[in-house]
Design a protein around this ligand. Structure first.
Ligand code: CO
Length: 190
């Protein structure tokens, strides 16, 4: 087991090509993956996120972490890591506001299943299954979409998407020639 401290990872924002790639399955829990999961979790909390997927920090792997309620009063941190997740059930429908660390300053209402069942592996490569509803179900769907190169704004009707088109363009404008777009300081706290 590596004893090195978890480190903050730079967040990739829209325009970065890694956010649009289909992430690959994890075949083995190496020390490098264990360390990566600790870094991913630390980064999620440090950026006040309720979920963070590996592609959002530049790693095209099927891993995400969610903790939908930690910032609410009376809730303790309870990160759930999912590796190679798969939904086995979807039911109901509801609409609620979403944001994303890769789309700073943008929020929009997204329609998703209101209840889901998801299976996958946890940070110890043990099988886990979550039956989720409400905001937990929403977070799982949002994070899983990142593994398939999908961002929440893709699920918003085009007419409503117009209102943040300028912001998206501005965010994309910092993408470098290699297709990398690291979150800039000026994007924080918006
Ligand atoms: Co997101």
């Amino acid at each position: 087991m590596p004893r090195d401290e978890a480190e903050l990872l730079p967040i990739r924002v829209i325009g970065d090509k890694v956010l649009r790639q289909k992430a690959v399955e994890v075949t083995e829990l190496t020390d490098e993956i264990r360390k990566f999961i600790r870094d991913l979790t630390l980064t999620m909390y440090a950026d006040d996120g309720v979920g963070l997927a590996a592609p959002q920090v530049g790693k095209s792997l099927r891993i995400f972490v969610v903790d939908p309620y930690w910032y609410r009063e009376g809730h303790q941190k309870n990160p759930r890591v999912l590796i190679n997740p798969q939904f086995v059930e979807f039911s109901g429908e509801d609409q609620d506001e979403e944001g994303c660390l890769s789309l700073p300053g943008i929020w929009g209402k997204v329609t998703r299943a209101s209840k889901v069942v998801i299976e996958g592996l946890n940070e110890n490569f043990e099988s886990v299954r979550y039956e989720a509803e409400g905001f937990f179900a929403r977070s799982l769907q949002h994070e899983n979409d990142h593994l398939d190169g999908i961002l929440f704004i893709d699920k918003i009707p085009p007419l409503q998407r117009v209102k943040f088109a300028r912001k998206v363009k501005e965010l994309k404008s910092t993408t470098n020639a290699e297709g990398v777009n690291i979150k800039q300081k000026q994007h924080e706290d918006q």
